[in-house]
Design a protein around this ligand. Structure first.
Ligand SMILES: NC(=O)c1ccc[n+]([C@@H]2O[C@H](COP(=O)([O-])OP(=O)(O)OC[C@H]3O[C@@H](n4cnc5c(N)ncnc54)[C@H](OP(=O)(O)O)[C@@H]3O)[C@@H](O)[C@H]2O)c1
Length: 332
């Protein structure tokens, strides 16, 4: 059984999730990549335990995370059982369903059948009686939104999840589902969406989240590694861009990207930060995001990224220079 650091709540900043009572750490750990059966268990365990030691209380999963799908939940379940069982009440555990998970007509989408069955499977893999937040992972245009809302509300009423989240919803879909959930007797706690310096949501999604008084969890806040210094001098062999993961490839490292990343890196250096630290600070500084969901292939990355919390404020001049580098086209 792990003995967590007694200093674990000293450095982390905790933000209120929308208008709820729930506080989430400004930085959370996402287990999408690097926590499946294809990775050494010892390395995954080290990242989870050390993150917890630094006040990262929020672990973000989904039914399909890990390779093979489901194996990230198994890894988290093993760490919870063997190391962290004494700390369950200090942990926010999330999972999701929405993308294809098993064969046949009931393993994908937004039907009640799929969502309830998938959560039951996730609870088994995680070895827990409930998750803290259960997300619908993506809107499903084939399923009536009322059915999805009814299923999500039922899940909270059954005690298998404490809160409901939505992910990858567009502004209008989000408003509609938020209303249906309210009518079904639950509130949507938080929305999870892509957000980084390179992929902004200031005009499109964030105003809706504010209006609906929801929290906001940003995924891929480092654009899968593009907003770190790792690609500035070539593509490291052990990087995500070299892996078989289809979402980031060597063709992402273009001259245009490098020009932008080098200019941002120079501004970060002047601020005494790494590029990764500046990118995370810039995402968090105006307080519109509740948390950024960090991915990591080793703990040293999380350790570096946590340093962002030491300098979260930007001068007007710094912000202007950053916006100029990013170009007007990137803020949608
Ligand atoms: N709801 C959704 O649909 C959805 C979609 C995607 C993700 N998510 C959530 O968001 C989480 C994070 O996504 P992500 O992994 O793409 O996030 P990310 O933070 O943008 O990228 C993480 C990757 O960047 C690299 N990295 C991070 N810190 C670094 C540092 N200091 N120096 C050098 N490289 C560094 C590592 O890549 P290397 O492997 O190259 O070392 C790491 O695996 C996921 O785990 C998941 O929980 C949700």
């Amino acid at each position: 059984m792990y003995q967590a650091s007694s200093d674990r709540y000293q450095e982390m900043k905790y933000n209120r999730t929308g208008q709820s009572g729930l506080l989430l750490p400004a930085m959370s750990l996402g287990l999408w990549q690097n926590f499946g059966e294809d990775r050494p268990y010892a390395a995954a365990k080290e990242i989870i335990l050390k993150s917890f030691d630094w006040g990262i209380t929020h672990f973000d999963l989904a039914n399909n995370y890990g390779c093979p799908a489901g194996s990230a939940e198994k890894t988290m379940g093993r760490v919870l059982k063997e190391e962290l069982s004494a700390y369950r009440d200090e942990i926010i555990l999330t999972t999701k369903a929405g993308y294809g998970m098993w064969e046949g007509p009931y393993g994908d989408g937004g039907s009640k059948k799929y969502l309830v069955a998938s959560l039951d499977q996730s609870l088994k893999r995680l070895g827990v009686e409930y998750v803290d937040i259960f997300y619908h992972h993506r809107p499903d245009p084939e399923t009536p939104a009322e059915e999805t809302a009814d299923a999500l509300a039922g899940i909270v009423k059954s005690g298998k999840a404490l809160y409901i989240g939505l992910s990858n919803y567009g502004p209008q879909e989000l408003k509609e589902m938020a209303e249906l959930l309210k009518r079904a007797g639950v509130r949507c706690l938080i929305h999870q969406h892509r957000y980084s310096m390179l992929e902004r949501q200031e005009k499109r999604l964030l105003p809706v989240l504010e209006e609906e008084k929801m929290g906001s969890a940003a995924f891929c806040p480092l654009a899968q590694g593009l907003l770190t210094g790792k690609y500035l001098n070539g593509i490291p062999e052990d990087s995500r861009a070299k892996s078989s993961i289809p979402f980031l490839g060597e063709d992402s490292i273009t001259e245009g990207y490098l020009k932008k990343a080098r200019a941002l890196n120079d501004i970060a250096a002047e601020r005494g930060q790494s590029l990764a630290q500046m990118a995370l600070a810039y995402a968090l500084w105006d307080g519109r995001l509740t948390t950024v969901l960090l991915g990591a292939s080793r703990f040293s990355q999380i350790e570096e990224n946590l340093g962002a919390l030491k300098a979260l404020v930007f001068s007007g001049e710094e912000a202007e220079r950053i916006e100029k580098v990013l170009g007007e086209g990137t803020a949608d």
